[in-house]
Design a protein around this ligand. Structure first.
Ligand code: ARG
Length: 446
């Protein structure tokens, strides 16, 4: 067993060590790049307040940049016996540079270090997800525009109800993503505040310049109160998880629709053959497994806020090791949801719709309200018209020309997709990802 950052005279029991380290040695790899970047900001600040010499800062930054590159290329490893990413980076510096490596931790604790790493990691993930969501949104809007005149039945209680269209169907999911993005943006704003300098959760007697690290790392502002900064552990993850759950909710509903509408009994859409899977016994099968897996994975992601809450709920203020367990459910969730969004986008872009669904008279009654409204606009009281059409249906005398004339905002005849696109454009622009990108690039070029 290697020496720990915190080990003094007594060596910790091997089983206790294994239990407390848990999955950190794999999970902290998600954070390696960000841990290094955080250290670069921290030591730049330490030099500015006289806790490092300019020459020391220079060699430390150069070596941290090497470690950053390794992390970026996937070559960073946490060695056997090393507890976590924070210990590994400090060890690598000390091995290479000697005692100067031991100076970087002044005014810092692993508690604010991991808080910082999680925020830097998460804001990068949010950027990827926002891009993916925007891409899916664009595909949905373009399908909605393309098929705006193709009618399909709308359902309530899964019973045929009123005329709908593929324009409405695709467009509904696009607009749903706008609201999901609002959530994601709010979560991003909470995430993009600097916890560094809160140390173990109560600040430091060194005259740290927290405003400086805030600017170096491109944060919007700080978590000012050091106790609150530490209270943000788990809270940030939970709030981001709510945003992911919101996106996942949209996608799992879309996935269910796609499975159902592509079944032979509906036959409303056709998934591209290359996107379906076969059966080992039934030669005719073309199954929508991708959407089934997407539905299940997205449902799992919808349980993420609850999982995080169960881990951290009712903890008092201050750091607790409980918080480490959140990483196990939180860190892998991003890749999972990105996969789901990307798969969905690929298939929705290639999906074919049936333009002749309503030729089948089993859907005739979806026009019943059209007929009632026609009579009502000719002067018959609505309730009388409703009754007349109802009696015609019962007597098997109902007919309709299968045309619709909906004009109000958001209806079959007036989708307002341009307005929906405007709303998405507004949310996307508010993220200001370029500000963060610029700051991180500058820090890496110091
Ligand atoms: N692995 C720890 C975590 O994720 C890092 C912080 C350790 N701090 C401590 N006081 N033991 O929470």
């Amino acid at each position: 067993m290697a020496q720990k950052l915190w080990e003094k005279s007594v060596q910790v029991n091997e089983n206790i060590d294994r239990f407390t380290v848990g999955h950190d040695r794999e999970l902290d790899l998600y954070l390696s790049k960000h841990d290094v970047l955080g250290s670069m900001a921290h030591i730049t600040m330490l030099e500015s307040i006289g806790l490092l010499e300019a020459g020391e800062l220079k060699v430390l930054l150069a070596e941290l940049k090497n470690i950053y590159k390794r992390a970026e290329n996937g070559d960073f490893v946490i060695e056997d016996g090393i507890e976590d990413v924070h210990s590994q980076v400090e060890l690598m510096l000390t091995r290479k540079l000697g005692d100067v490596g031991k100076k970087i931790h002044s005014g810092r604790s692993r508690n604010d270090q991991v808080l910082l790493d999680l925020k830097l990691f998460t804001r990068e993930q949010i950027k990827d997800i926002a891009k993916d969501v925007e891409h899916l949104f664009n595909v949905l809007i373009s399908q909605s525009n393309k098929y705006k005149d193709v009618l399909m039945p709308g359902y309530t209680h899964l019973q045929i109800a009123m005329p709908s269209s593929f324009g409405l169907w695709f467009g509904a999911y696009a607009e749903s993503l706008v609201d999901d993005m609002l959530f994601l943006h709010a979560a991003y704003k909470m995430c993009n505040k600097n916890p560094l300098g809160s140390a173990a959760g109560y600040g430091s007697s060194f005259p740290l310049n927290r405003t400086m690290t805030t600017e170096l790392l491109g944060f919007d502002s700080l978590n000012y109160n050091v106790v609150y900064a530490q209270m943000g552990r788990g809270k940030m993850e939970r709030n981001v998880a709510f945003a992911l759950a919101s996106i996942a909710g949209t996608i799992s509903k879309l996935a269910f629709d796609a499975c159902m509408f592509s079944s032979q009994n509906f036959g409303f859409v056709k998934l591209p053959d290359e996107c379906t899977t076969g059966s080992s016994i039934m030669p005719h099968k073309k199954n929508p497994d991708v959407f089934e897996l997407t539905r299940a994975k997205c449902n799992k992601i919808q349980s993420l806020p609850q999982q995080i809450m169960m881990i951290m709920n009712n903890l008092p203020s201050g750091y607790f090791r409980d918080l480490q367990i959140i990483k196990e459910v939180f860190l892998p969730a991003f890749k999972e949801i990105k996969d789901c969004i990307e798969m969905t986008t690929y298939i929705i872009d290639k999906i074919k719709v049936n333009e002749h669904i309503l030729d089948d008279d089993r859907y005739l009654y979806i026009f019943s309200v059209e007929e009632v409204n026609r009579l009502a606009s000719e002067g018959m009281p609505f309730r009388d018209a409703y009754k007349k059409v109802g009696l015609d249906i019962e007597a098997g005398k109902f007919t309709h020309n299968k045309e619709v004339h909906h004009t109000h905002e958001g209806s079959v005849g007036n989708l307002c997709n341009d307005k929906i696109q405007e709303m998405m454009g507004d949310v996307v622009k508010n993220f200001e990802f370029d500000k963060v990108e610029r700051a991180e690039k500058e820090l890496l070029n110091r």
